[in-house]
Design a protein around this ligand. Structure first.
Ligand SMILES: C[S@@+](CC[C@H](N)C(=O)[O-])C[C@H]1O[C@@H](n2cnc3c(N)ncnc32)[C@H](O)[C@@H]1O
Length: 393
């Protein structure tokens, strides 16, 4: 390594910077992955996300535009690793796909370009984004910069469903290490993989790839997942009178009915009751055919986006809380459809039980921040793999 930092002594933690920290999915993943790491600074422009982060970790991220950081700002932290989950809108299939031409991509490109100007460039990098990023010109630029600055990469597209969680959220990940550091399994250098095999020391594809269309493999994958029910805070009912929950005492949320949204027709006077999680009839009548409905015994639900609860189509699954399987044949109106609660979305994202929102964060903000976040079940083993050094180095 010509410039800068060496890896820490045996018991010392890796020093880590968390860019685009949101509600701290990366930090939870480091913890779950058992990585001996210390977040020396986190960065996010959003004050509500920073409230949530501070509430859970006791540290308020640096609040500002990442684009205005300089090499000297970054050098100050002497960080061994940078974790980055930049905005995905430039690359989403539903968006305009302007890639690097989208203003929301600028800060990420700027940070990458800073690597060559720092005195203490990181030894490792971890990038998370949506599927679609890997074919963007931002990706081309990222790989160019990383190879110019001495990094070797391994890339993955993985989904929680490959880790036993009944949740489809395929995401792109880039793991990069600066030479002479190297990956445990160098066979996969400069490759894009859609199997988690290398994370578990397998060199073959014996673990399952979500994109494999074979029905047998698909069935095996789904059967190995826990049912959705495991992730629910309230199993069978949308009726508050039938639950013994203390949830309503702890949830104090204000709702915001601004904007012309699909979900505006509902009665928002019941903002502190279970009523806010039931799907109104008017929505079922209008959007029923576009709804993704799952049951407590389902082994898969769809990706929750930041627009869950505001819009219906393509934003995440709804739960049918009917009591028995035969209810699946009944009409949607009879199936007691409800939204997954924010806690349940957090569960499907494998956030720990001690993760909480501060009370002033309203329901839509909770869903929006969770939708922007990541699957800890997927990112944790990726980070463990990244931070593990082959013996002898
Ligand atoms: C995809 S989310 C990442 C979420 C995070 N990984 C988590 O677990 O919650 C992107 C985050 O980047 C923040 N962000 C977007 N552009 C930014 C910029 N230019 N400077 C600082 N933060 C930015 C957003 O506020 C948002 O919280």
């Amino acid at each position: 390594m010509e410039k800068g930092l060496c890896k820490p002594q045996a018991e010392d933690p890796w020093r880590v910077l968390e860019f685009y920290s949101g509600i701290g999915g990366m930090r939870y993943s480091l913890k779950r992955g058992g990585v001996n790491a210390k977040i020396v600074e986190a960065f996010d422009i959003n004050n509500i996300a920073n409230d949530v982060y501070q509430h859970n970790f006791g540290h308020r991220p640096y609040q500002g535009n990442i684009q205005s950081l300089t090499a000297a700002d970054l050098d100050r932290h002497r960080a061994h690793a940078w974790l980055l989950s930049p905005p995905c809108q430039p690359y989403t299939r539903q968006g305009l796909q302007k890639h690097s031409g989208d203003a929301r991509a600028f800060s990420f490109l700027k940070i990458l370009e800073l690597i060559q100007h720092t005195l203490h460039p990181p030894l490792m990098l971890f990038v998370e984004n949506v599927v679609g990023f890997e074919t963007s010109d931002t990706h081309v630029k990222m790989i160019e910069i990383l190879s110019k600055t001495g990094f070797v990469t391994q890339e993955f597209i993985l989904s929680p469903i490959q880790f036993g969680v009944p949740y489809s959220r395929p995401r792109y990940f880039c793991l990069a290490k600066r030479k002479p550091l190297s990956f445990e399994n160098q066979l996969f250098n400069n490759q894009l993989l859609s199997t988690p095999s290398p994370l578990f020391g397998h060199e073959d594809d014996s673990l399952i790839d979500e994109h494999d269309q074979s029905e047998k493999i698909w069935d095996k994958l789904l059967q190995s997942c826990e049912p959705v029910e495991t992730f629910l805070e309230f199993k069978n009912t949308i009726n508050p009178l039938e639950t013994e929950s203390s949830y309503l005492d702890t949830l104090s949320v204000s709702t915001d009915a601004s904007g012309e949204l699909e979900n505006d027709e509902r009665d928002r006077s019941d903002s502190n009751s279970w009523g806010q999680f039931s799907v109104p009839l008017s929505l079922i009548e209008r959007w029923g055919s576009a709804m993704d409905i799952v049951y407590p015994d389902s082994k898969r639900c769809c990706c929750f986006t930041k627009s869950y609860y505001r819009y219906v189509k393509g934003t995440g699954s709804l739960l049918a809380t009917g009591q028995s399987k035969k209810d699946k044949a009944s009409s949607l109106e009879e199936q007691c459809l409800r939204y997954f609660t924010p806690r349940e979305v957090a569960n499907l994202h494998s956030f720990p039980e001690d993760f909480h929102f501060p009370q002033h964060v309203n329901l839509r903000q909770r869903y929006a921040m969770l939708g922007n976040s990541l699957s800890v079940a997927v990112v944790a083993p990726l980070l463990t793999y990244l931070f593990t050094q082959p013996s002898g180095l």
